[in-house]
Write a protein of this length. Structure first.
Length: 654
C-alpha cells in the first residue's frame, strides 16, 4: 500500500521538475532578448542615454524628443522601434500621390520600359522608319518615339526613379518607424544594386520595398536568399545569364521518387556523363562568376573569409540557371517564356524547374555536375535545392557572423569598433540563427555601445545630414527632389553607387575640405529657406520666443538642435562666424549654384512636379503660405545662426 502511494507522488514530483526546467529555459531565452542597457555604468544620465539612442536609431532627434523617450522609457521605446510596425498615417498621406512606388516589377516594366525597348517597339509598330534610326540622336526619331510613348501610355523611367528618391526622403524624415528605415538603408547598402545599370534599374523600387524593408530585423539567411532571387540582384550582378553544362540522363526525370540506392546510381551517371561532356566542350559554358564572388566577398564571408578562387567558380556553377521569370509585355524573360511554353507550366516542377514570383530556376541551364565549396561536397544532380543549401551554408558560416557583426558595429558604434564587441555580436549571430534583432539587442546591452569612444564618434553621411536637419528643425518638405540635389552635391547620389560594395560607412570617406564647405553652404541655405520646397519656422522651435542677440540665439538653438551634448567649446568656436559680413552673400551664391545644378540634372523634372503631387499633410501646409511662415518665424540673423549650427563639425556627428 505504501509503495502504491509513492508512485503518483514521484510522478508529480518529476512533472513539477519538468515544468520548472521549462520555465527556467523560457526565462533564459527571454533573458537573452531583455534590454539591460548599461548606460549608468558609463556615467550617462537617462536623458543622455535617450539622446544616444536617438542619434543611432533615428535620422535625428526632433526638438523635445529626448524628453518623450525618457517619459516612455528607453527600453519600451527601443522595443517599439525593433518591432517597426507603428502606424504611419501622416507619412502614408504624403506618399499616396506617388503612384509608381507600389508597382510590381511586371507593372513597372510595362509602364516604364527601357529606352532601347521603346525604340524597338516604335520601329516595329511603324512610328519610326527603321531606315532613319540613328541611335536616337536625331530630332525626328526623338519626336516619333515621344509620340509613340504618349499614344501607348508609356512613361519615362526618370519619373519612376524620381518617385523612388522622393519616397526615400519622405520616409526617412517622417516615419515613426525610424529604426526600420535606418536598417533598410543599411541592408540596401550591404546588398547594393544601382539605378545606373540599366538592366536592373526598373526592379530597384520593388527590391527595396519587398525584399529589403520587410526583412531588416529577421534572420539573415532569409534576407540573403530573398536578395539572391530578386530580379534586381540577378540582373545587377549578371547571374541571370549564367549557365553551365547540363547533361540530362535518361531515366532521371523522376529521381526524387526512387530509392536512395537508385538515386545514388543516377547521381553517379550524371557525374560520369557530365565529365565526358565538359571534356568535349573544354569549359564551363556561359558561366558568370560575378554574383558568386560578391556573395562571398561582400554579402557573407568577407574578403578574408577563407574562400578561394576555386570556391568562387564552384559556387557560380551551383547558381547557374538562377534567372528572372518572364514579365512585362515584350519585356524581360522572353527566352525563358519559350522554355515554359515548350515544356508546359504543369510539367516544370517534375523536370526540376522552379517558378517563384519573379524568380525562375532554369534547370536546362543549370550545371548539374558535382561541385565542392569550402570543403563541402554537392553531389551531381542537385538542382535548385543545392543553390539554397549553398546560401544557407554561407549565411551560417563563422566568417559571415564576424563580417556582418563588424559591419553592424561599424554602422552603429564606431568606425573602428572594439573586437570585444564584434565577438559578442558574432556569438549571438551564430547562436540565434543570424537573427538581426537579437544581434542589435546584444549590441545595446554591451558596455562598448555606451562608452565614450561610441558617443558622437560617427560622421553623418550627406543623406543623414540632410534628414537630421529636416527633423531637427521640424521642416515641411513639399519638393523632396530639391533636397536630393543638395545631398548629391555633398557627395552621395542615392541609388546610384555603381560598385557592389555600397557607400563606405566611415567618416574619412565623407569629410574633406570641399565637402565641409558644401555642408556649411547647405546649412546656411536650409536655414535661410533658400532651398525651394523646404519650409521652416525657427521661432516655433523656441516657443516663439525670439533670442535677444545672435550669441543668445547660438546658445539657445545649439541646445535645441543638439540636445544633451557638452556644447561650450562648440559655441566658442562658432561665435566668430556670426560676425562674417560676407556670410549672407555666400548663402545666396551657394543657393544659386545649387539651383543651376538642379536645372542641369539629367533626371531632373520641373520643380513644380513635386508641388503638384503633394495634396495633403506637411507638404500642403507648407505650400499654402510659405512666405508668411518665413516672415513670421525666420529673421535673417536667426537663420544665419541656425545655418552656422547646422554646418558646424559638432552637428556633423551622430
Amino acid at each position: 500500500m505504501t509503495t502504491y502511494n509513492r508512485t503518483p507522488s514521484l510522478v508529480l514530483s518529476l512533472f513539477a521538475l519538468v515544468i520548472a526546467f521549462c520555465s527556467f529555459v523560457r526565462a533564459e531565452s527571454n533573458a537573452d532578448n531583455k534590454l539591460n542597457m548599461p548606460y549608468k555604468a558609463a556615467g550617462l544620465t537617462k536623458e543622455e542615454a535617450a539622446a544616444h539612442l536617438l542619434s543611432r536609431f533615428t535620422y535625428g532627434a526632433k526638438v523635445g524628443e529626448v524628453e518623450e523617450v525618457v517619459k516612455k522609457g528607453l527600453d519600451k521605446w527601443l522595443k517599439e522601434q525593433l518591432e517597426g510596425d507603428a502606424k504611419d498615417e501622416e507619412l502614408n498621406g504624403l506618399l499616396n500621390s506617388y503612384d509608381a512606388i507600389n508597382l510590381t516589377n511586371k507593372e513597372a516594366e510595362d509602364a516604364f520600359p527601357q529606352p532601347a525597348r521603346v525604340n524597338r517597339m516604335a520601329i516595329n509598330q511603324g512610328y519610326v522608319n527603321k531606315d532613319s534610326v540613328n541611335n536616337g540622336n536625331n530630332k525626328y526619331q526623338r519626336e516619333a518615339v515621344a509620340a509613340f510613348m504618349k499614344d501607348k501610355g508609356y512613361r519615362p523611367q526618370g519619373e519612376l526613379f524620381r518617385q523612388l528618391i522622393n519616397q526615400k526622403i519622405l520616409r526617412a524624415a517622417y516615419t515613426k518607424n525610424q529604426f526600420r528605415e535606418i536598417m533598410t538603408d543599411f541592408w540596401f547598402n550591404h546588398f547594393n544594386v544601382a539605378l545606373n545599370k540599366n538592366q536592373c534599374a526598373i526592379f530597384v523600387p520593388a527590391y527595396e520595398r519587398d525584399v529589403i524593408r520587410p526583412n531588416v530585423f529577421g534572420d539573415f539567411d532569409q534576407l540573403l536568399l530573398k536578395t539572391a532571387k530578386s530580379p534586381a540582384m540577378l540582373m545587377y550582378l549578371d547571374n541571370f545569364s549564367s549557365s553551365g553544362i547540363n547533361v540530362p540522363v535518361p531515366g532521371t526525370e523522376n529521381a526524387n521518387t526512387v530509392s536512395l540506392e537508385q538515386r545514388q546510381k543516377i547521381k553517379e551517371n550524371i557525374q560520369k556523363r557530365f565529365l565526358q561532356v565538359r571534356q568535349q566542350r573544354k569549359g564551363n559554358g556561359g558561366l558568370n562568376e560575378n554574383y558568386a564572388r560578391e556573395v562571398m566577398e561582400l554579402h557573407t564571408l568577407g574578403v578574408d573569409g577563407g574562400y578561394t578562387q576555386n570556391d568562387v567558380t564552384e559556387a557560380a556553377r551551383i547558381l547557374t540557371g538562377w534567372t528572372v521569370a518572364p514579365m512585362g509585355n515584350e519585356g524581360y524573360g522572353a527566352a525563358t517564356q519559350k522554355i515554359i511554353d515548350r515544356i508546359g507550366e504543369n510539367n516544370l516542377r517534375n523536370k526540376g524547374f522552379v517558378i517563384d514570383g519573379d524568380f525562375f530556376f532554369a534547370m536546362n541551364r543549370h550545371d548539374n555536375g558535382e561541385k565542392t565549396v569550402l570543403g563541402r561536397k554537392f553531389e551531381a544532380g542537385g538542382g535548385y535545392e543545392e543553390g539554397k543549401a549553398l546560401l544557407e551554408m554561407l549565411a551560417h558560416h563563422k566568417s559571415t557572423a564576424n563580417f556582418i557583426s563588424k559591419k553592424i558595429a561599424t554602422r552603429f558604434v564606431n568606425d573602428n569598433p572594439p573586437q570585444s564587441l564584434v565577438d559578442k555580436l558574432a556569438k549571438t549571430f551564430l547562436a540565434k540563427n543570424g537573427n538581426i534583432k537579437d544581434v542589435i539587442i546584444t549590441m545595446v546591452n554591451s558596455p562598448e555601445f555606451w562608452s565614450k569612444e561610441a558617443l558622437r564618434e560617427k560622421t553623418k553621411s550627406p543623406f543623414e545630414l540632410a534628414i537630421s536637419t529636416v527633423r531637427s528643425l521640424n521642416a515641411d518638405i513639399s519638393q523632396p527632389y530639391q533636397l536630393y540635389t543638395w545631398i548629391n552635391r555633398m557627395g552621395q547620389q542615392m541609388y546610384y553607387y555603381q560598385a557592389p560594395t555600397g557607400f563606405p560607412d566611415r567618416g574619412q570617406y565623407w569629410i574633406n575640405t570641399g565637402s565641409l564647405l558644401n555642408r556649411m553652404n547647405f546649412g546656411l541655405a536650409f536655414a535661410s529657406q533658400k532651398i525651394p520646397g523646404i519650409n521652416i519656422n525657427l521661432l516655433a522651435l523656441n516657443d516663439n520666443h525670439e533670442p535677444e542677440s545672435a550669441v543668445s540665439a547660438l546658445e539657445t538653438y545649439s541646445k535645441l538642435i543638439m540636445p544633451e551634448r557638452d556644447l561650450d567649446k562648440t559655441i566658442d568656436r562658432l561665435k566668430p562666424m556670426l560676425n562674417d559680413p560676407e556670410l549672407q552673400q555666400k548663402v545666396a551664391d551657394a543657393a544659386a549654384k545649387n539651383n543651376q545644378n538642379n536645372q542641369n540634372n539629367t533626371v531632373s523634372m520641373q520643380n513644380t512636379a513635386d508641388t503638384d503631387k503633394m495634396k495633403s499633410g506637411k507638404g500642403k501646409k507648407a505650400i499654402e503660405n510659405p512666405v508668411v511662415r518665413q516672415q513670421a518665424g525666420n529673421s535673417t540673423i536667426l537663420a544665419q545662426v541656425v545655418g552656422v549650427i547646422i554646418g558646424s563639425p559638432e552637428f556633423q556627428r551622430k
